[in-house]
Design a protein around this ligand. Structure first.
Ligand code: KIV
Ligand code: ZN
Length: 520
C-alpha cells in the first residue's frame, strides 16, 4: 500500500490536510455538535482526505471526545489533534489520537518577532528550546509529529531556518509554515519554501506544508505557490471556513490542481465528485451559507445566464466550461418522485444523493418527504437534501416541534400557538409578538425558558417558485459562545421555529456537557 504522507515528495502527490473541524470550527458561530463532527469526518475520510485535523483536544472535554471518537472510527485518513507548545496540551492530544490507526500530534509555536514580543514574551533562544522539548515530547507519544511555525510569513528567514532545523532534529516529519494572518503574496510564499528547503541542512527529512488564511483573498493562490516552492501538504477547509476571512478552500485547491495539470503537475487523492456533497454538509451543520458565486460549489458556479454564453454552451460545453458540473458532483436538478413514490424509490434517491441513513432515520425522512410531497407540487433534489440534512441533524434533539399555528396579517398583535415535545413531555403555549416570527420565538422562550440572545435570523428559498421550501438559519448566543441552527419547510414560520429549536438544542447539549464535566 502506498503511503502519501511519506511518499508524497517523490511522486508529486500532494497531501490534502483538512482542518474544517479545527481551524474551520474556530470561526465564530460555526461550532458543530459531536454527532455533526463525526458525520463530517466520515465524509472527509470517504472523500479521500489524507489527514483530518479533528480538533484541539485540550480546548474542551467536547473537543477531546470528538477527536478520540473520530480517531477510533476513521478508516483511511491520518487523524491529527492540535496542541500548543505546552506539555499538558501535547499529552492530551496524544491521548486523543491514541486509538487512531494512524494518529498525529500537530504542535505549534509562534516564531515572528511580533508574537514573541507581545504574545509569548520569550526570546528567540527560549523559543528554540521550547521547540526541541515539545516536539521530542510529542515524538515520544506518536510516530507522526507535525510542527507549525505560527506567523511564519512574518518571521525573519534566518531565524525560521533555525526553528525548522530544530523541529526536524527533534523528530517532526511534517513542517508547516502558515501564513497565519493572510499577509503574504504568492511570490513571497513560494520563495520562503524554496529558501528554507535550500538552507536547512536536514530539510529532506520532512514534508513541508502550506496553511494560508484568506485576509487578502490570496489563500488558494498562496497555497499553490507554496507547492511550487516544494511544499507537498496543503492545509485547507471545506467552503474555506475558518478564522476571520477563512482558510484556503479545499474544493478550489483540488479542482485547480485537477483542471490545470498542464501548469500544476501534481495530484491529490480526492474523489472530486464528492465536493458538492461535502460543501452542503458543512454548510448545513455550521449554518454558514455558501456564497452564490463561490468557485466550484456556489449555486451559480455552473449557471450560464447571458445569451452569448448559453448559445456557446448549447453548441459545445467547452466554450464556457473549464470543468464539468458532474466532476464536482453537481447533478442536473431533477424532478424527484411525487407523492405516489414509495420507500424503495426514496431509498434509491438518497443513495444517489450520497446519503446512507439507518432504518429509523430513513423512516422519519420518508414520512417528512410524503408530507412535503402533499404540500408542494414539485419536489427537487435540493428539497430532499434540505429535508434529510435537517432530519440527520435533529435526530437526537431533546426539544421537538409538534405543531404551530399562527395568526398574522395587517392587524396585530400577531399570535402563535405552539406545541413542543420536551424530552417526551408535550407542552403547549400561546404567545404574542411584534410580527409572526417574534410571536413564534416568544412561544419557544415561554415553553423552554433560556437566556440565549438572537444574533442572526436569515431566510432563503431552497428552490424556485412561490411554493419553494424556506430554509432559515438562526444563530443564538449564550455565555460567550454562539451556535447556529437550520430549519426547512414550505412554511417560513415553521422553518423559523425549527431553526430556532435546532440552535437551542445545541445550546442545551453544550450546557449539559459542561455541567457533567463540572460535576466530575
Ligand atoms: O493559522 C495558523 O497559524 C494556525 C496554526 C495553529 C497552524 O492555524
Ligand atoms: Zn490557521
Amino acid at each position: 500500500m502506498t503511503n502519501p504522507t511519506t511518499d508524497a515528495a517523490k511522486k508529486d502527490r500532494v497531501i490534502i490536510f483538512d482542518t474544517t473541524l479545527r481551524d474551520g470550527e474556530q470561526c465564530p458561530g460555526a461550532s458543530m455538535t459531536f454527532e455533526e463532527k463525526l458525520e463530517v469526518a466520515e465524509l472527509l475520510d470517504n472523500m479521500g482526505v489524507d489527514v483530518i485535523e479533528a480538533g484541539f483536544p485540550i480546548a474542551s472535554v467536547g473537543d477531546f471526545e470528538s477527536v478520540s471518537e473520530i480517531a477510533r472510527r476513521t478508516k483511511r485518513a491520518v487523524v491529527a489533534g492540535l496542541a500548543r507548545a505546552i506539555a499538558g496540551d501535547i499529552d492530551r492530544a496524544g491521548e486523543a489520537v491514541r486509538h487512531a490507526q494512524r494518529g498525529r500530534i500537530h504542535t505549534f509555536v509562534s516564531t515572528s518577532p511580533i508574537h514573541l514580543a507581545h504574545q509569548m514574551r520569550k526570546s528567540e533562544e527560549e523559543v528554540l528550546e521550547i521547540i526541541a522539548a515539545t516536539v521530542a515530547r510529542a515524538r515520544n507519544l506518536v510516530e507522526d509529529v507535525e510542527w507549525s511555525a505560527m506567523d511564519a510569513t512574518r518571521t525573519p528567514i534566518e531565524y525560521l531556518c533555525r526553528c525548522v532545523e530544530t523541529a526536524i532534529k527533534a523528530g517532526a516529519s511534517t513542517i508547516n509554515l502558515p501564513d497565519t494572518v493572510g499577509y503574504a503574496t504568492p511570490d513571497e510564499y513560494r520563495n520562503m519554501f524554496q529558501t528554507i528547503r535550500e538552507r536547512v541542512p536536514n530539510a529532506d527529512k520532512a514534508i513541508f506544508s502550506v496553511h494560508c488564511h484568506d485576509d487578502l483573498g490570496l489563500a488558494v493562490a498562496n497555497s499553490l505557490a507554496g507547492v511550487e516552492g516544494g511544499a507537498r501538504q496543503i492545509e485547507c477547509t471545506i467552503n474555506g471556513l475558518g478564522e476571520r476571512a477563512g482558510n484556503a478552500a479545499l474544493e478550489e485547491i483540488v479542482m485547480a490542481i485537477k483542471t490545470r495539470g498542464d501548469v500544476l503537475p501534481y495530484e491529490t487523492g480526492i474523489e472530486t465528485t464528492m465536493l458538492t456533497r461535502a460543501s452542503k454538509l458543512v454548510s448545513a451543520v455550521t449554518s454558514f451559507p455558501v456564497q452564490y458565486n463561490k468557485a466550484i460549489v456556489g449555486r451559480n458556479a455552473f449557471a450560464h445566464e447571458s445569451g452569448i454564453h448559453q448559445d456557446g454552451m448549447l453548441k459545445n460545453a467547452s466554450t464556457y466550461e473549464i470543468m464539468t458540473p458532474e466532476s464536482v458532483g453537481v447533478t442536473k436538478t431533477s424532478l424527484v418522485m411525487g407523492k405516489h413514490s414509495g420507500r424503495h424509490a426514496f431509498r434509491e434517491k438518497l443513495k444517489a444523493l450520497g446519503y446512507n441513513l439507518g432504518e429509523n432515520a430513513l423512516e422519519d425522512a420518508f414520512r417528512r418527504f410524503k408530507d412535503l410531497a402533499d404540500r408542494k407540487k414539485h419536489v427537487y433534489d435540493e428539497d430532499i437534501e434540505a429535508l434529510v440534512d435537517e432530519e440527520i441533524l435533529t435526530a437526537h434533539d431533546r426539544v421537538k416541534l409538534v405543531s404551530l399555528s399562527i395568526i398574522a396579517g395587517t392587524r396585530g398583535p400577531q399570535r402563535a400557538t405552539m406545541k413542543l415535545d420536551v424530552g417526551g413531555e408535550i407542552r403547549t403555549q400561546e404567545a404574542e409578538g411584534n410580527g409572526p416570527v417574534d410571536a413564534t420565538f416568544n412561544a419557544i422562550k415561554a415553553l423552554v425558558p433560556h437566556e440565549a440572545t438572537l444574533e442572526l435570523y436569515q431566510v432563503h428559498a431552497v428552490t424556485e417558485g412561490t411554493d419553494a421550501q424556506a430554509e432559515v438559519s438562526v444563530r443564538l448566543a449564550m455565555n460567550g459562545s454562539s451556535v447556529t441552527g437550520r430549519g426547512a419547510d414550505p412554511d417560513t414560520l415553521v422553518a423559523s421555529a425549527r431553526a430556532y429549536l435546532a440552535a437551542l438544542n445545541k445550546l442545551l447539549v453544550r450546557g449539559e456537557r459542561l455541567h457533567a464535566h463540572a460535576a466530575e
